[in-house]
Design a protein around this ligand. Structure first.
Ligand code: 3HC
Length: 283
């Protein structure tokens, strides 16, 4: 299958990073969001990240300009997706919103279009059922910051076809990423391993084992992690971490995945990490 035209739905942190990487690798991308302001913010982030790459001599000025030129921002859902060979969905991690998007995509896209979700924890099999085109639905789970992180988890839903899988795997390689194939179980591989570690670090804070700074220092200096688990939780968003722990707990049914009460309290209090200005650290 020849994938040429790509639509990315959602211009937030992940969506703009995904659009950036596809455009940098020569693809025309339409970037779809519901408001002009969300699109402007997304495009501005791409512009800043491109100029960071130019400064580091990863990219020439001309390539950065061409990359930006290949991205068409639009608030028109139908016009943004109707010609796409591949739609990458990166909307909020909310079942109702996702369900609505997949119903609309089934109406608005070509029957052959592949629908890939960047979801970090919602079942690909369930998204396939919403679209009524389950063979064409797959997970393409990118990592933040998308232009930097090499991994893409390719998540096969229960009914994802071999054609869809092979096309998306090859495409991930074409854009310079290292795809890894995983089956559709809660948290896939990445978040099933990462989130319990973050959750355990939060238990260490709650029980007063050490300060957040010291817990992070243990993992940075002792295990060579680029960021400590609490700084990483702030970077990802504490609400996202909580929702993934809830999915693991509910989906696997083992109490070893119970979210730490301190995590729940912080989210309830509005401490969401970097995006809210306060989490385990202040920003
Ligand atoms: N766009 C483009 N380039 C970027 C960038 C961006 N948004 N952010 C950072 N960079 C580049 C920098 O220019 C720099 O390039 P260089 O190596 O050529 O000099 C390089 O990345 C490192 O950046 P910095 O020097 O600014 O800062 P650090 O060395 O502290 O690295 C980091 C920042 C890359 C974020 C690093 O701390 C890191 O790898 N942290 C862990 C990130 C991580 O675990 N991400 C996964 C989160 S989980 C997830 O996304 C899944 C979800 O389901 C929860």
């Amino acid at each position: 299958m020849n994938i040429q035209r790509i639509s990315v739905i959602g211009a937030g942190t992940m969506g703009n990073g995904i659009a950036h990487v596809f455009a940098q690798n020569g693809f025309s991308v339409s970037l779809v969001d519901v408001t002009e302001s969300a699109l402007q913010k997304g495009i501005e982030t791409i512009r800043q990240n491109l100029s960071r790459q130019v400064k580091k001599a990863v990219l020439s000025e001309a390539d950065a300009t061409a990359t930006l030129g290949r991205i068409t921002p639009t608030t028109g859902f139908v016009s943004g997706v109707e010609h796409a060979d591949l739609v990458v969905e990166a909307v909020a991690e909310n079942n109702d919103i996702k369900s609505q998007v997949y119903h609309s995509l089934a109406e608005a896209t070509k029957p052959s279009a592949i629908l890939a979700s960047n979801t970090s924890s919602i079942s690909i099999t369930w998204l396939g059922a919403q679209s009524k085109r389950a063979g064409n639905v797959i997970g393409m789970h990118f990592f933040n910051p998308v232009p930097v992180m090499k991994l893409v988890e390719i998540v096969r839903g229960y009914e994802t076809s071999d054609t869809t899988y092979q096309a998306v795997f090859a495409l991930a390689e074409k854009i310079g990423k290292s795809p890894v194939t995983v089956q559709d179980y809660p948290g896939f591989v990445s978040n099933r391993i990462l989130m319990p570690m973050i959750n355990e670090a939060i238990y260490c804070v709650m029980e007063g084992v050490a300060t957040p700074q010291d817990i992070d220092m243990v993992m940075r200096l002792g295990m060579a992690h680029p960021m400590g688990p609490l700084a990483l939780a702030d970077f990802i968003g504490l609400d996202v971490c909580l929702s993934i722990m809830d999915v693991l707990h509910r989906g696997i049914g083992d109490d070893k995945y119970r979210p730490c009460p301190l995590l729940r309290n912080m989210v309830t209090a509005g401490l969401l990490g970097k995006k809210s200005g306060k989490g385990f650290y202040s920003y």
